[in-house]
Write a protein that binds this ligand. Structure first.
Ligand code: PRP
Ligand code: URA
Length: 208
């Protein structure tokens, strides 16, 4: 099992602005994308590479490039969509799959409502994106779905996590590499993260 909690001044700085209830929607969206981009540097440290020959103005040399086609970006709808461009800005040719999950407001139990994955995903590294890891229910169900589709290498990236969500995800799926920017204190009685940032989907898309 690998768990990485980021302890980086740039990320802390951006998260402080992200949490602020007065941060407007446009800035919130930009921050989610920027934090995802910074986290991607670590999440893809082991990215599959291949050798290429490059002609510089002076000579030809052997270089290494990432196999972008072996990466599947999989946002958990809806809030995970806000993170896609952060990864795409580094790997613009990576394929994108979509998994739709919503938490029942009364029970916090996730329900799957959509799934469209790239062909051949079973041979790719899939990175699941969701800004919030609260109880861990949505993340665990999304990982289980990818496993049922035959995906063998799965990473999960969230911006804000609760201890309960980290525990559940790492216990149920110890083979998944988990990257979170920060681990918060607790969940409230409605399974919202404390101090958190509120409802990530609503803040990204202005639905409330
Ligand atoms: C939020 C969030 C995660 C989930 C986290 O989605 O984006 O998917 O809750 O909670 P959990 O760890 O307890 O499962 P939500 O169901 O609110 O849907 P939305 O993204 O469409 O707003
Ligand atoms: N989903 C969110 O958007 N925020 C939380 O705090 C928990 C789940």
């Amino acid at each position: 099992m690998s768990l990485m909690v980021f302890d980086h001044p740039l990320i802390k700085h951006k998260i402080a602005i992200l949490r602020n209830k007065n941060t407007p929607m446009k800035e919130f969206r930009e921050l989610v994308e920027e934090i995802t981009l910074v986290m991607s540097y670590e999440a893809f440290r082991d990215a599959p590479m291949h050798k290429v020959m490059v002609e510089t103005p002076l000579e030809t040399c052997e270089q290494e490039m990432v196999d972008e086609r072996s990466i599947a970006i999989v946002p958990i709808l809806r809030a995970g969509l806000g993170m896609v461009n952060g990864v795409h800005s580094i790997f613009p040719n990576a394929r994108v799959g979509h998994v739709g999950m919503y938490r029942d407001e009364a029970t916090a139990i996730p329900h799957e409502y959509y799934c469209k994955l790239p062909e051949g995903i079973e041979n790719m590294t899939a990175i699941l994106l969701d800004p919030m890891l609260a109880t861990g229910g949505s993340a665990c169900d999304a990982v289980a779905l990818l496993k049922r589709r035959g995906v063998k290498k799965i990473k999960f990236m969230a911006i804000i996590a609760a201890p309960q969500g980290i525990r559940r995800l790492t216990e149920e799926h110890p083979d998944v590499d988990v990257f979170v920017s920060t681990c918060d204190r607790d969940l409230n009685e409605h399974c919202y993260i404390l101090p958190g940032l509120g409802d990530a989907g609503d803040r990204l898309y202005g639905t409330k």
